[in-house]
Design a binder for this molecule. Structure first.
Ligand code: ADP
Length: 336
């Protein structure tokens, strides 16, 4: 192995830079050159690349974003795109490929493997934490921290003004950011994809719950965590629907892309560093088609296809704590 390539692809996540840094420093340690294609798979198609050495990755691990940029590429998804990418990698004499991204990016890696024979390793980088085969993905911890920070601030004003807040968090189709931030902030209610699909909450049920909490506690500071894509019209619509039925104000708050930025937490920097090193070691040991992950704090690998074909399960223990134990008007919820 003389030269490897690295890309960051799809939705960016805090800690991607730390992973790039770890790849470069580890490779350099073994005398392996690193080429960074910019803008994900798009850069492989357009030959937009930079050589990455120790000096290019110094002091980047504390910053979110990614120095080699991330993007989505439609052209790459076609057979012609895959073939072209493979030809470009060969032209650069690349003999190992590391993709830092989410499940879409790993599907892309699988697509590339149809046209390119070299070793391909995935590194899980997404705030959604929705990849099977790793306890945490890079960026998730930072996103939860950001959501928690915002929810604490929302609670201050909800408390002062006796208001209901619907705070919409990211996570795509997974409730990891939702449940973790809800638990960390003592939110009264959460609307999670994992629960919505079996037993969707109705406006009636939510109204009953809010009124129940109001009766029991005597104030109406109420913070609901709504996962994105789980309510038609999102937090704005839900706040309108609730306000129509309640005697107190309901306000929406969309956290949006702030969850993708900010200083990566220590957990994310360390995870990104471990997985970046692991990815290079895997290439050196001849592995291919796997994602580098962490299970029970030990390094592990999972076939790339499993990372999106198998569904990672949100912990039932956490769901139970939040929905059964810490639900102040449990009986009313069941009636509803
Ligand atoms: P994420 O990695 O955050 O899930 P996307 O779903 O946007 O991001 O995927 C990133 C890129 O990976 C896409 O723009 C595309 O180039 C590539 N990709 C995604 N799905 C496929 C697929 N089924 N086949 C080939 N390439 C894909």
């Amino acid at each position: 192995i003389n030269r490897i390539a690295v890309i960051t692809s799809g939705g960016d996540a805090p800690g991607m830079n730390a992973a790039v840094r770890a790849v470069v420093l580890t490779a350099e340690n073994y005398g392996i050159e690193v080429v960074g294609f910019r803008h994900g798979y798009e850069g492989v198609l357009t030959n937009d690349y930079i050589k990455l050495g120790r000096e290019s990755v110094e002091h980047i691990l504390q910053y979110s974003g990614t120095i080699i940029k991330s993007a989505r590429s439609e052209r790459f998804k076609t057979d012609d795109g895959g073939r072209e990418a493979a030809e470009n990698l060969d032209a650069h004499q690349i003999d190992g490929f590391i993709v830092i991204g989410g499940d879409g990016s790993f599907r892309g890696a699988d697509h590339l493997a149809k046209f390119w024979q070299g070793p391909i390793i995935g590194v899980p980088g997404t705030i959604d934490n929705d990849l099977y085969g790793t306890d945490n993905t890079i960026g998730y911890d930072t996103a939860v921290e950001t959501a928690m920070d915002a929810l604490d601030k929302i609670r201050d004003t909800a408390e002062a003004m006796d208001r209901v807040f619907i705070v919409e968090v990211m996570g795509r189709n997974a409730g990891y950011i939702g449940i973790s931030s809800a638990m960390a902030c003592g939110s009264e209610r959460m609307i999670l994809p994992e629960l919505q699909k079996d037993k969707p909450l109705t406006v009636d049920a939510l109204v009953k719950h809010i009124e129940g909490v109001h009766r029991v506690r005597g104030d109406s500071s109420y913070v609901m965590v709504l996962c994105e894509n789980q309510w038609p019209g999102g937090a704005v619509r839900l706040a309108e629907q609730l306000e129509d039925r309640l005697n107190f104000p309901c306000r929406p708050c969309l956290l949006g892309h702030v969850q993708r930025g900010g200083r990566p937490t220590a957990m994310d920097r360390i995870l990104a560093t471990r997985l970046g090193v692991h990815a290079v070691e895997l290439i050196r040991s001849g592995e291919t088609g796997v994602m580098a992950g962490i299970s029970r704090n030990e390094l592990c690998t999972t076939p790339l296809q499993d990372t999106w074909m198998q569904r990672k399960q949100l912990s039932q223990e956490l769901i139970d704590i939040q929905t059964k134990l810490f639900n102040p008007v449990k009986k009313e919820r069941h009636k509803a």
